[in-house]
Design a protein. Structure first.
Length: 421
């Protein structure tokens, strides 16, 4: 059967030099892949498409995928799938070919990012990647300090009091809920980073918050087994549209911080903390774990940094129905539907009632196993080695974890991850 080597490529990018490479996809990503390989001193054999409408792309021949399969040389051929939108269908076309070796353009980009300091990488390419890392950091900090949203977005909430907030730490199926009811829900991860910041719009934000608190507020939020959530967020921190990888998504780490602390927004300190991919996936994730421990940057603390700090509502003072997997909390003019990710498929009716939508049903969105990093993500979860300090941070008598999960659930989680220590 076909072998997708996305994860393996991050460990040894230089296996590319031993392969006869075809690029499946003659578009934007195909052009990027061909350019990068050329900078590495690797000349590709050409491009292929499912149903070619052109004979050449970038002066190289385009063959059909059928022709590629018919002339497949199982000894040294590698196909790089260069499409974000159709990569699953493209891999499906190849999966029946015995001994076919395949990787995604995404894996190539990540591999270069992790291996850019290796002497085999040309100086010009190495400098390009390092420059891009600097740009990524600057862009991330800029977006963080501008809090993702402008005052105009917050004002829009005021004028649409019927909107239900999907206000949560991320990677807990909120996108699925949002895409299932786009017209009635507003999706975001942080208010605190704006209202407790020291930028030029802080006073405006605080005035808006006073007005928001006067309105009835309905919030849907959730939690998830923490290590699974952190790994999912780690991969979510990449944007496939830019080369080779953007760190904007990893702002989630800084959303889980106490923004009332002085000096929290020192730009140089932020840059030091931002988790960018470096050396290896395990090394990068371990860096992220250390930041989580040091800053209490976990999903359970998010409820303190966000909802409690802004609205004075402490969810941990309210009981949670661990068996049903959700509870509804009411305090003043705030009503919160809080759920466990692991029970989400059983909660369509309950969420529909909260939304006042009897016909509500889920439309899956933002699923890690559906994205272009799916193969790398799956293999990483099976290969990962966890720091014991990080494991204990979540599972050594964590009262906030126990607030949501039964003893049996927690033991099952612990047994799963103990094998990865």
């Amino acid at each position: 059967m076909m072998n997708v080597i996305d994860y393996e490529l991050t460990c040894n990018i230089f296996c590319l030099y031993k392969k006869k490479i075809f690029i499946y996809g003659a578009g934007m990503y195909g052009k990027k892949v061909d350019t990068i390989l050329s900078q590495m001193g690797i000349q590709t054999e050409g491009f292929c498409e499912t149903e070619p409408v052109r004979k050449y792309f970038l002066s190289k021949k385009i063959t059909s995928v059928t022709e590629l399969i018919e002339n497949f040389d199982e000894n040294n051929t590698l196909v790089i799938v260069a499409s974000e939108k159709y990569y699953r269908e493209m891999i499906h076309e190849l999966q029946a070919v015995k001994n076919m070796i395949v990787c995604t353009y995404y894996a190539l980009f990540v591999s270069l990012y992790l291996n850019c300091d290796k002497e085999e990488i040309t100086e010009s390419l190495r400098n390009n990647i390092k420059l891009f890392k600097e740009i990524s950091l600057d862009k991330t900090v800029h977006n963080f300090l501008n809090s993702w949203w402008t005052a105009e977005n917050y004002c829009n909430i005021l004028f649409q009091p019927s909107l239900i907030w999907l206000y949560q730490p991320g990677k807990v199926a909120s996108v699925t809920i949002h895409q299932s009811n786009l017209l009635k829900t507003c999706h975001f991860h942080s208010l605190a980073c704006a209202f407790n910041s020291n930028n030029s719009l802080t006073d405006t934000y605080k005035k808006i918050l006073v007005e928001i608190k006067k309105r009835p507020i309905k919030i849907i939020t959730g939690v998830r087994e923490p290590i699974s959530r952190d790994i999912s967020a780690f991969f979510q921190g990449s944007e496939e549209g830019d080369w080779p990888i953007m760190t904007n998504g990893n702002i989630w780490l800084y959303l889980f911080s106490d923004y009332s602390k002085q000096g929290e927004q020192d730009i140089d300190k932020l840059k030091e903390k931002i988790c960018i991919l470096d050396k290896s996936l395990n090394y990068s994730f371990d860096f992220l774990c250390k930041e989580i421990i040091e800053n209490k940057a976990d999903e359970f603390s998010w409820f303190d940094y966000e909802i409690k700090s802004l609205f004075g509502l402490d969810i941990y003072k309210y009981p949670f129905d661990k068996e049903k997997g959700y509870s509804i909390i009411e305090q003043d003019n705030i009503k919160i539907f809080i759920y466990k990710y692991e029970k989400i498929n059983l909660l369509e009716k309950a969420i529909g009632e909260f939304l006042n939508e009897p016909e509500f049903s889920f439309k899956n969105g933002n699923q890690g196993n559906e994205k272009v990093y799916a193969y790398m993500y799956k293999k990483f979860k099976s290969e990962i080695k966890l720091n014991k300090k990080y494991f204990d941070y979540y599972y050594d008598n964590n009262l906030k974890l126990k607030h949501f999960y039964t003893d049996i659930e927690i033991e099952q989680f612990k047994e799963k991850w103990k094998t990865k220590l």
